[in-house]
Design a protein around this ligand. Structure first.
Ligand SMILES: [Zn+2]
Ligand SMILES: [Zn+2]
Length: 93
């Protein structure tokens, strides 16, 4: 019978890996419960959005914070470029 449960020897790569996993899990719990002001928004991709334009390519990626529900629609790096391109093409009005 094999004796299981002693765990890897201290300092071994396996032990360090397990310690790192524990640390990651701890940080994930910490970040999950932290406010957006503390750690920033947890953006998740919610889809493409467009400025009153149906033309494919005139949409930009929009993200929503999974914690506070904030949306980067008005604070989006891609949005102004897409809007400029859309206006340059003379789409919409
Ligand atoms: Zn947020
Ligand atoms: Zn357009």
């Amino acid at each position: 019978m094999n004796e299981v449960g002693e765990g890897p020897s201290p300092g071994s790569p396996l032990a360090r890996l397990e310690a790192a996993r524990v640390e990651v899990a701890r940080l994930e719990r910490e970040v999950a419960s932290a406010s957006c002001a503390e750690v920033g928004h947890r953006w998740r991709f919610v889809g493409g959005c467009a400025y009153d334009c149906e033309t494919p390519g005139c949409s930009f990626a929009v993200h929503e914070c999974s914690v506070c529900g904030d949306c980067d629609y008005d604070d989006n790096e891609e949005a102004p470029k897409v809007r400029a391109q859309c206006e340059a093409f003379g789409h919409g009005n």
